[in-house]
Design a protein around this ligand. Structure first.
Ligand code: GP0
Length: 830
């Protein structure tokens, strides 16, 4: 008995039966029978997902192979993107769209009695990243392949990705592991033959001419797993190589023979531990030895692999920078600088000065934050012990560098101390940003304002020394394939039908969206545009209802703030604003309330497990939501949800449904932001501070189409100074905010004493200036309300916003890196 689908299609798919059924269903059925070893009547959605994924994978492998072969034969210059995080999300839907096979698979799967959307939903996210930085890396891989650039990513294959977030009944965040590899992962190709030995500890003995021999210590193996990265509507399929650690020998036989079983197993577990878990910190540095081990393990394996590939071309070592460019995604891979020095000097016998020239022409460094707590600094004794040879090399680089600074600025001791790679003290520290800057050809920030802050604050001395041209900007971007076509198919179709150009064209040249402008006033188009948003709101509401059992009013305005929890991102400002709104509603008469614009506020985001204030913010959000969602006086007009376990997949549902999204960091603190671009691309309006890429979004869409508020960056330092030395009580500075804080303290949302430490950060130093921006924030929210009352006016703003988002395609960003930094060329695989 064949329980689902078309019996003939199933039967004809079986191996050996020759027929003209479409090759897709045939390949799916084949995988069910062979790879999954299942009978056709024994397939559920998960099994169907696996069979479909394996079938799509066959296509990817074919393209991937051709791309690698073709590129190897052409020996072009290649670029490598070293990132400790790649936040890929799901692959199946994206692969189908990029391959242009979505429609066919839809039909094929239908014939077999399944529904493609349900199958797609069976995939677990690959969540090997924390937030913006990791997702940016994923968008850049998509754009590199789409732009037909020879770019590989290098990262770690963590066994556990970012933790799963659960919310306890009292509103606390709980963390559970993310064993994403428990299910088979069809998207990776294990390369058990590609292994690299990586050494830790031991001792380094100096020889002459700057050389040394590093020996002893612990050796572990790096094993390669390759993830195929298809470009959009091109055969080019790039590679993301992720390393897994394993013991060099399963057991330390010496200890084993001596009967010391525990020690033998300990060395193997310590080797395997290296790639076991992604550190869940975002925008803060954590000084754990295992994290440093991860960084070295990954950079050493990647550089050895890159060196081997370069040497296979038969070129002379001095040509290395003509064939290899390496982008350092933040300071995490900075050990690549001394590691390449070690390879060149100790192993390839290149003289020190020549090696240094090669190194400084190979690397490029992207900074992602100016927050002081995020700057990586490793204690010298820790690094000395783990990487004795690298510590020598770093000291040697530093000596030469400081001598050169001294020649340029004679007698300026303070300057030398600031620019030194080594921060003096007990212990000394290695400043990774200084090393990355000194070792790189160029340094860039990720939005105009941020790059300017890099030049004028953390890298100021280096600008004086090198000149300003080394310090540039590449504004971040997002891939419109995932963040429009895939997550918002209705809008994608409407755009295609309106522009009257093929989807493949505008998705590769996003400036084409400007063609929507001339329809911005067209009432029929406006109607269609609004209907798409409405339908996306309903999709979100349905998701929230099925996943969390909560009903959502879809005629209310959807207001969204989703991102990592961090004081600088100021989710506090948002929640305090919601409480203010609630108190205002409570004070109104029922008749007055009827005139109010109903609003639903969505929050989502994870807090680092050790970040106490961030976790307390989640608790406050959850408990305020509980009270206001149940208040019969107000619940029609205001409700609020904290959606647990924010992920790429959840973002794909939230973003298309948003009418306004909040990006409200203290001015000067958010390097760029990238979700701001995603919301605007999907026709959501931006409510934000004059910070990061918000500024460039406003430049593109026009200030009248965004809601800006708050103090500007130049005011921030002075205000902080005042807060420290001339504090003014909140009661005086901002009475409405004081009222909100006191209502929370007095127990209106459950035991107020729980929140005192959080509320006191605002009442006391208020480092992130919530008290300074609260009034203008409330006024901005009112402006949003007023604008929303004018339905057509709002829809027009929404259309104009999407239309002007061309700049923010990651294709533009990646081409900028390719042309101005890496000097690599596009090669189309025929
Ligand atoms: C920056 F330093 N970012 C860091 C970090 O440790 N983690 C991280 O995600 C982010 C920035 O906060 C950003 O502003 C930026 O756009 C992103 O890196 C990519 O450049 C958040 O979107």
């Amino acid at each position: 008995i064949w329980p689902r689908g078309d019996e003939k299609t199933w039967k004809e798919g079986i191996r050996g039966v020759d027929s003209d059924v479409p090759s897709i269903t045939k390949s799916i059925v084949n995988h069910v029978q062979t790879s999954l070893a299942r009978q056709a009547y024994n397939v559920d959605n998960v099994g169907a997902y696996q069979a479909v994924a394996l079938s799509v994978r066959d296509d990817l492998i074919a393209n991937w192979n051709e791309t690698q072969l073709y590129t190897t034969n052409k020996t072009p210059k290649r670029a490598y993107y070293l990132s400790l995080e790649f936040l890929m999300g799901r692959t199946l839907d994206n692969a189908l769209l990029n391959l242009g096979l979505k429609q066919k698979y839809n039909e094929g799967v239908e014939k077999l009695g399944f529904n493609l959307e349900d199958i797609v939903d069976c995939e677990r996210d690959a969540a090997l990243g924390n937030g913006g930085l990791g997702r940016l890396a994923a968008c850049y891989l998509d754009s590199s392949a789409t732009q037909e650039l020879p770019v590989w990513g290098y990262g770690l294959r963590y066994k556990y990705g970012i933790f799963q977030q659960l919310i306890a009944p009292d509103g606390s965040q709980l963390e559970a592991p993310d064993p994403w590899l428990n299910n088979q992962n069809p998207w990776e190709l294990p390369r058990l033959d590609v292994t690299i030995e990586v050494r830790f500890y031991g001792h380094a003995e100096r020889l002459d001419k700057g050389k040394a021999i590093w020996s002893g210590g612990q050796e572990v193996l790096a094993v390669a797993y390759d993830v195929m990265i298809p470009g959009y509507h091109t055969k080019n399929t790039n590679n993301l190589r992720l390393w897994e650690s394993k013991p060099k020998r399963g057991f330390d036989l010496d200890s084993f023979n001596a009967g010391d079983y525990d020690r033998a197993v300990a060395s193997s577990t310590s080797a395997e531990n290296i790639t076991s878990v992604l550190y869940p910190n975002d925008n803060t540095y954590i000084g754990k030895e295992l994290r440093l081990k991860q960084q070295y393990f990954w950079t050493a394996a990647s550089l050895s692999d890159i060196m081997r590939r370069f040497k296979n071309t038969g070129k002379n070592i001095s040509e290395f920078p003509d064939f290899v460019a390496i982008q350092l995604n933040d300071t995490h891979p900075t050990l690549a600088v001394p590691e390449l020095m070690r390879l060149l000097v100790d192993e390839e016998d290149v003289p020190w000065d020549k090696a240094w020239k090669i190194v400084t022409n190979t690397f490029f460094f992207t900074n992602h934050t100016v927050l002081p707590e995020a700057l990586e600094k490793w204690p010298v004794p820790l690094m000395q012990n783990l990487l004795p040879r690298h510590m020598q090399i770093i000291f040697d680089i530093n000596l030469q560098f400081l001598q050169s600074v001294e020649r340029k600025f004679p007698g300026d001791r303070d300057r030398l101390a600031r620019m030194s790679i080594i921060q003096e003290g007990t212990p000394q520290y290695v400043r990774m940003a200084n090393l990355a800057c000194i070792g790189s050809r160029k340094v860039n920030g990720v939005a105009e304002l941020h790059s300017e802050l890099v030049r004028t604050t953390i890298m100021k001395d280096f600008v004086d020394y090198y000149g300003v041209s080394k310090f540039q900007n590449v504004t971040n971007g997002i891939t419109p394939r995932r963040w429009l076509d895939q997550c918002n198919p209705l809008l994608s179709d409407l755009i295609t039908e309106t522009l009257k150009i093929k989807k493949e064209v505008w998705l590769r040249d996003l400036y084409k969206l400007e063609g929507l402008l001339k329809f911005a006033d067209d009432p029929t188009f406006q109607k269609k545009w609004a209907a798409v948003k409405q339908s996306n709101k309903e999709r979100l509401a349905h998701h929230v209802e099925t996943q969390f059992g909560i009903k959502v009013n879809t005629s209310a305005m959807f207001d969204v703030q989703v991102k990592r929890l961090h004081e600088y991102k100021r989710q506090t400002l948002n929640i305090l604003g919601v409480v203010h709104r609630y108190l205002t509603l409570k004070a109104m008469s029922p008749a007055e309330r009827k005139k109010v614009n109903p609003r639903v506020v969505f929050f989502a985001g994870k807090a680092a497990p050790g970040y106490y204030i961030a976790k307390l913010t989640i608790k406050l959000i959850v408990n305020v939501a509980r009270v206001i969602n149940e208040d019969p006086d107000t619940k029609e007009y205001l409700s609020m949800f904290f959606l647990p376990d924010y992920s790429v997949s959840l973002a794909e549902i939230l973003i298309p449904a948003s009418e306004v999204s909040q990006h409200i960091s203290t001015a000067g603190t958010e390097a760029s932001g990238t979700s701001n671009m995603k919301f605007c691309l999907n026709g959501g309006l931006l409510l934000g501070t004059v910070d990061g890429a918000n500024i460039e979004i406003a430049e593109e869409v026009g200030e009248s189409n965004v809601f800006f508020f708050g103090h500007l960056t130049p005011a921030v330092e002075e205000l902080r100074y005042k807060h420290t030395y001339h504090p003014v009580p909140v009661e005086e500075k901002c009475p409405p905010l004081a009222k909100v804080l006191n209502e929370i303290s007095s127990g209106r949302f459950g035991d107020g004493s729980v929140y005192e430490p959080l509320l006191n950060t605002i009442r006391q130093v208020d480092y992130y200036l919530v008290t300074e921006d609260f009034d203008s924030y409330i006024r901005a929210l009112e402006m949003v309300d007023t604008a929303y009352q004018d339905r057509n006016g709002w829809i027009k703003k929404s259309i104009c916003t999407t239309a002007k988002m061309g700049k923010f395609s990651s294709d533009r960003a990646i081409m900028n890196y390719a042309e101005e930094y890496w000097n690599i060329e596009q090669i189309k695989v025929p």
